[in-house]
Design a protein around this ligand. Structure first.
Ligand code: URA
Ligand code: SF4
Length: 225
């Protein structure tokens, strides 16, 4: 059944999309992850298999933020374990950043997908809406607070907008150290393309080298040229 609609034709229930009531105050990372497993802050939890929370080193100096879990991540419950993850791990390594010393998460914690007509059960990734991104933001804010990294890497436009605001443009702002606009934040953001854009690019090698060179900016900021 369709949700009740107000006179403006707007879905009233959508205004209330937020993870906020599910986020425990003062929790450590393990408790946060556990609470996120039960999040119903927006409708994405309904179709997805599970919440894909961040994972990695709690003392990480680098936190990487992707868009949302993909098909593999949704099945396995961990971020960046599919094809995009492979590209990312290789690029990190090549830039001089040890992937095991990073913390990796996504701007949105549930997989959003649709089906193509005539393609059976195959799940096709759909980009999250601004509303879903905003709803999920409290989890990312808590992760940033608990991990307290020196550099945050925004992987693609969705992560860039979640971290730097809606006017963020990856083509203009990639590969440079940017301040986090949040009050009291001391970490920097470096934006780059999403690793799955490498897989879709006409010239994969050039796209991949662009990713590596942006990640070298991160490595330099950490004092590891
Ligand atoms: N793409 C993302 O943005 N995140 C993942 O975890 C996997 C693919
Ligand atoms: Fe909660 Fe985020 Fe999942 Fe929506 S996408 S249900 S806000 S964890």
């Amino acid at each position: 059944m369709a949700a009740a609609r107000g006179s403006a034709g707007k879905d009233a229930a959508e205004d209330a999309y937020t993870a906020e009531p599910f986020v425990p105050r003062g929790a450590d990372l393990a408790a946060l992850r556990e609470a996120a497993a039960g999040c119903r802050g927006c409708p994405l939890h309904r179709e997805a298999t599970q919440t894909v929370f961040g994972s990695g080193a709690e003392d990480a100096r680098v936190m990487l933020v992707g868009e949302q879990p993909g098909d593999q991540e949704d099945r396995q419950g961990r971020p960046f374990v599919g094809p995009a993850g492979k590209v990312l791990m290789r690029a990190l390594d090549e830039a001089g950043i040890d992937p095991t010393e990073t913390y990796i998460t996504n701007a949105v914690k549930h997989f959003k997908f649709g089906h193509l007509p005539g393609r059976g059960k195959r799940r096709i990734h759909k980009p999250p809406s601004l509303r879903e991104m905003t709803a999920c933001r409290p989890w990312l804010a808590e992760e940033m607070h608990l991990i307290d990294p020196e550099v945050i890497v925004a992987l693609g436009a969705t992560a860039g907008k979640a971290l730097l605001g809606p006017s963020f443009r990856v083509t203009k702002q990639r590969g440079m150290l940017l301040p986090v606009p949040e009050e009291g934040a001391r970490e920097c953001v470096v934006a780059t393309i999403h690793p799955s854009a490498v897989l879709r690019a006409d010239d994969r090698e050039a796209a991949y080298q662009g990713l590596v060179s942006d990640l070298r900016v991160v490595a330099e900021a950490l004092g590891r040229p």
